[in-house]
Write a protein that binds this ligand. Sequence first.
Ligand SMILES: *Cc1c(COP(=O)(O)O)cnc(C)c1O
Length: 359
Amino acid sequence: MIPVTKPYLPEREAYEAYVKDIWQRGWLTNSGPLVNELESRLTAHLNIPHLLLLNNGTIALQIALKALDIKGEVITTPFSYVATTSSIVWEGSKPVFVDIDVNTLNIDATKIEAAITPNTQAILATHVYGNPCDVEAIDKIAKKHNLKVIYDAAHAFGTQYKGESLYGYGDISTASFHATKLFHTIEGGAVITRSKPIADKMALLRNFGHTSPYTFDGAGINGKTSEFHAAMGLLVLNDMQKIIAKRKELSNRYTQNLAGSALVRPTIFGGDNTVYNYAYYPVVFPNEKLLLNLMKDLELHQIYTRRYFYPSLNTLNYVDQVPCPVSEDICTRVLCLPLYHTLTVEDVDLITRLMRKHL
Ligand SMILES: *Cc1c(COP(=O)(O)O)cnc(C)c1O
């Protein structure tokens, strides 16, 4: 069986050594030594001043919106995981969808200004599949109209733009460290910012608003993660170079094997300015029928792909359903192929051989 993804697992003995230490300390959660160690190692690794570990990437989005006092319209992308949209709604704001660029599959920055109204407060865009948004164009629009920028950077670990981590752009970037993501802590996430006041506010929000054991400032939430999650993160972080190199090798093999077929790949934004992280291997089919046939045939061979993303988020039953023709069309035609650390080049060859029969 070949699933679409498998979590990366480090050496079990190394994890057990951390567990032994956790038992000895009896300190399981609430800003323990491993959480603090992982925070400082990630901050150094990414070279961004403030990173707060959280219990998942959805709480990260909600804390980001709360920290910037967003209550109004939020311009966002219809082509993302559902959490990008649901978090906006959950925080009492209104998602306003702007269609995507047909090549990069990220929000089309040239269409953002037309969607701005007096109620617009923020732009929440996703670096889809780890591919950078047009961060400079978005920054320019945000400055001109006095808007906040949050990036859902759930896929962006390891991507660099102009020599810096992609997490460094916008007022806040949010990360997901879920087991299926490139870097993971089993369940987990983070908020990342260059601003100390914003980081301080998010630290309060993460911990119920506690300023001391008996004093509070604002309505917070429980965004904390545990020592067990941090231990996994410390071990996965050690292996990041190896993990990305393997994905690059497998991705290049797919590309080589599928060359000349009718499948289209998203364009990586930024050209030579971008160092991509190979987080996913999406392909866009000429039509949905072909995608469904091929998906079904692969399943007969116990090879599982994923329609990621599907459906287009502007069609959810709790949003104002404005048309986004590009996103709606791409959602019917895009498929992510299996990609994970223990997948082999032979597996890729088998998958593409089966695919070739349809293409
Ligand atoms: C995974 C993901 C999330 C949610 O993160 P969780 O850690 O699963 O809560 C949000 N946005 C995008 C784009 C994601 O891929």
